[in-house]
Design a protein around this ligand. Structure first.
Ligand SMILES: C[S@@+](CC[C@H](N)C(=O)[O-])C[C@H]1O[C@@H](n2cnc3c(N)ncnc32)[C@H](O)[C@@H]1O
Length: 230
């Protein structure tokens, strides 16, 4: 049920017990949060879906109506809703939270929705099967491990695009992620099309970066890769 009286502090209080939990526990958070997720995310200025979809749109020249999109960690379907406004039509979604997938199903946009806890279970996607692979809001500690990035690349068709964004969550994840992105490029799996910084990914609701900068917003980075042709 939507609750218009909810405040940023209510969201912070709700999220606090989940700061350092393992991925299984985190799925319980998202199951519980699913109905309020988008409303709460608007309260905390979560801008990653809009910024990442705009970033893809500005750098993608394929036929939006025809391409098949794999929306990884699709959550409530926010990314697909924004992409649909730009003419994308064909989506498959994957997420580890049943509750979030139920919300995604309500959008009516996905031809298939698949439950999988990534990092523990393999990405349920056919190799070379998708023109565009998206992951927004899930590349961070305690969410989707860096090792899954390789699976995202395998799921894209040769010449297909992989579009990722991540918010600041401490230095370790970023360093490991960027090392893996570069390693995959060195291995000839893909090439970077472009990357771009986001200065307002969302409010720092976990307050875990307060010693690193004064801004109450987290920074973020968006990456677009093109899978190598065989
Ligand atoms: C912040 S939400 C982002 C959802 C959507 N992409 C968006 O931007 O609104 C993070 C999503 O990642 C999912 N998630 C986190 N870790 C996961 C994992 N290891 N495997 C599958 N899904 C995961 C959560 O269930 C949640 O739906």
């Amino acid at each position: 049920m939507l609750d218009g009286s909810r405040t940023v502090n209510d969201v912070k209080t709700f999220l606090k017990p989940y700061i350092d939990v393992d991925p299984q526990q985190r799925m319980k958070l998202y199951d519980q949060w699913a109905e309020m997720y988008e409303q709460d995310c608007n309260l905390i200025s979560y801008r990653a879906p809009n910024q990442t979809v705009d970033f893809l749109n500005a750098n993608f020249s394929g036929s939006r109506e025809e391409v098949l999109v794999l929306d990884v960690a699709c959550g409530s379907g926010w990314v697909a809703k924004l992409m649909a406004e730009l003419g994308f039509r064909n989506f498959v979604g994957v997420d580890g939270s049943k509750g979030m997938l139920e919300q995604a199903a309500k959008t009516g946009l996905y031809q298939d929705l698949r439950l999988a806890l990534l990092g523990t279970e393999p990405l349920p996607a056919q190799t070379d099967g998708f023109d565009v692979v998206m992951i927004v809001g899930a590349l961070r500690d305690g969410y989707v491990p860096v090792s899954v990035v390789r699976e995202l690349c395998y799921a894209a068709r040769p010449g297909g695009h992989i579009c990722m964004s991540r918010g600041e969550s401490g230095p370790t994840y970023k360093v490991c992620l960027e090392k893996e992105l570069q390693l995959m490029e060195d291995e000839g799996l893909w090439t970077r099309v472009i990357s771009q910084e986001m200065d307002r990914y969302m409010m720092d609701v976990y307050n875990n970066l307060k010693d690193q900068h004064d801004d109450q917003y987290l920074y973020g980075t968006m990456y677009l890769y093109r899978k190598a042709l065989k």
